[in-house]
Design a protein around this ligand. Sequence first.
Ligand code: IMP
Length: 196
Amino acid sequence: MVSSKLFLITKNNYKYLEASLILRPYGIRLEQVPLSKEEIQAESLEKIALHAARKAYALLKRPLVVDDSGLFVEALRGFPGPYSSYVYKTIGYEGILALLGNSGNRRACFRTALALISPPVEKLFIGETCGIISREPMGSGGFGFDPVFIPEGHGKTYAQMTTSEKNAISHRGKAFRLMASWLVRRRVYPSNRIHS
Ligand code: IMP
């Protein structure tokens, strides 16, 4: 059977929703595979994403993509960065607010590394959006650190935006659009050449 499906390895439904909306205009159909990505402790999102994608590909043998994202806070010298998942589970965004205290430097960047495996292709795409950490959580949309991140040039947090507003400017939006343009340019998608 042939189709033009691409599989996103994630247990995070929000990530899947965001990514599928971003890819829709490119004609790329995304399907969620709710596997835990195997997260190695590494200092770079790229290494973590690529490792997880290779492990998942060995299991599924399907064209797939892994999204590894992190929040890099300048006053905390880039922490939590690649450790964002663990930090979110343990101290949450409240912990980040507490660590920052009254610090005047609230600059932070969100970064996404996408590892795409669609043999013979193995490729990374990066997206970054910078802004500031708010003084208190605002908004109820989105997930993770969304309530405390205000992207540059916007008066509200990711959590106060609709999914499309967030996608238009987010780290994930940038990375997935880069990947989509690349796939379309290479005529990998949309097409009937991907086996599923
Ligand atoms: P991971 O990519 O799932 O490893 O994400 C690391 C941590 O950052 C998790 O706790 C996520 O909830 C959080 N995170 C990832 N992407 C976003 C985002 O777009 N907004 C807010 N938090 C995010």
